[in-house]
Design a protein. Structure first.
Length: 72
């Protein structure tokens, strides 16, 4: 009775993690394209790109440790 909620919560948080992972990937790719297309990128833009990359890889590692698979 009390243990049914655990699987439901895990599924909910895994879905949230996958959504955040998708958003981080889009953000990182947009920042990366901006740096590649700019003639002389400023330090702030480069730092934002590296921050977006770090966020993406952090979420990716978390999904890997949780053994989450994407079913689409």
């Amino acid at each position: 009775m009390f243990f049914r909620r655990k699987g439901w919560l895990r599924r909910e948080y895994n879905d949230k993690l996958l959504n955040q992972l998708d958003e981080a990937k889009v953000s990182w790719s947009n920042q990366k394209k901006l740096v590649e297309k700019s003639f002389d990128p400023s330090d702030e833009v480069i730092c934002q790109m590296k921050l977006a990359e770090a966020k993406y890889f952090f979420l990716f590692k978390e999904a890997k440790t949780r053994s989450i698979t994407v079913r689409r």
